[in-house]
Design a binder for this molecule. Structure first.
Ligand SMILES: [Zn+2]
Ligand SMILES: [Zn+2]
Length: 327
């Protein structure tokens, strides 16, 4: 049995939104955001845009899964891609559904129009990596924020970035979120003149959030203790990912990347541990589920609970990470 991990935060965090305060919760929970007055459940206290967000890879890739949870979401804002034909292609993208899709013909396009959603729209990465966006504005913003350093469109299979992405998809998609953070930090530091010193300041700023090395912050799989084998496996996973990401980013920003990896994979591991404490997981019912149900039953079902357990209760799972370094 290992002792509970006490996450460490630091000064310099973002100011609390009006009506809220940041204070320490009971260990081992670290710092939290508390409402200053009691309020009803589901009261909206504040809203802000997440700086880093990721659709879980498990419901965006066309793979063999027991339940259908595949959804095309914007790579930046995680909003649904506004195209019923595209959503159906994603859901039924396997070869065995090809004839079904062919039989539908023009119907998805008509459903799009009859659902009142206007014309189908999808913006794709101009470098051909396959990333999709809800708008050109989201695509351009994502490119400037991090995708300029993380796009695999022009790369060969043996490129470290391609290998990093395969490694992440195989083991843990939060590795992709960490890559977003690293690319964002590099872009931000370079925009302000660049250099290792500026990067160290940014890294410090990020560490005001509760964090710990990934091996300490992560949970063991159900029914399993964190034994020596578990730690060895976790360390190897993180070390390999860090080495690949470093190799991928280094040619673009040698000074900044050397600062990020000055202590080997330690900072990368802390960022992953930070996610363990700060991530917010969202599940949103897909509007495509409603469209299909209307076609099947002629009725409209609108609550997430009702659709979640149905065959077309498509769910968007999104990891969202809020941080101060957003200006
Ligand atoms: Zn978007
Ligand atoms: Zn791309």
């Amino acid at each position: 049995m290992t002792a509970p991990v006490v996450p460490q935060g630091g000064p310099g965090g973002p100011p609390a939104p009006a009506g809220c305060e940041v204070r320490a919760a009971l260990p081992p929970k670290g710092f939290g955001l508390f409402a200053l007055a009691s309020c009803n459940a589901y009261t909206e206290l504040f809203s802000e845009e997440p700086l880093f967000a990721l659709q879980h890879s498990g419901n965006r890739r066309v793979v063999l899964v027991k339940r259908v949870h595949l959804v095309a979401a914007c790579a930046r804002c995680c909003g649904f891609i506004h195209s019923i034909p595209l959503q159906l292609e994603v859901i039924f993208g396997e070869g065995r559904f090809a004839s079904l899709l062919a039989e539908l013909g023009d119907l998805p396009k008509q459903w799009q129009e009859s659902a009142g959603g206007g014309q189908a729209f999808v913006a794709r990465c101009t470098q051909g990596c396959g990333e999709m966006y809800c708008s050109e504005a989201c695509r351009d913003a994502h490119f400037q924020q991090c995708h300029n350093l993380l796009c695999v469109g022009p790369l060969q299979a043996e490129d470290p970035l391609v290998r990093f992405k395969h490694h992440a998809l195989e083991h843990a998609d939060t590795l992709l979120l960490a890559a977003q953070v690293f690319a964002f930090l590099i872009n931000r530091v370079k925009a302000s003149g660049g250099g290792a010193e500026a990067m160290h300041r940014m890294m410090q700023e990020l560490m005001c959030f509760c964090h710990a090395p990934f091996r300490d912050a992560c949970r063991a799989p159900p029914g399993r203790a964190k034994d020596a084998e578990f730690y060895a496996h976790t360390d190897q996973l993180v070390n390999e990912a860090a080495a690949l990401l470093k190799a991928a980013l280094e040619p673009h920003a040698p000074a900044e990347v050397s600062a990020l990896f000055q202590a080997g994979p330690a900072f990368f591991s802390e960022v992953l541990g930070l996610f363990e404490y700060n991530n917010i997981d969202l599940e949103v019912s897909s509007p495509v589920g409603n469209v299909l149900l209307q076609r099947v039953s002629g009725s409209v079902i609108s609550t997430p609970h009702e659709t979640n357990d149905s065959w077309c209760g498509l769910v968007l799972r999104t990891s969202v990470f809020h941080t101060v370094v957003s200006q």
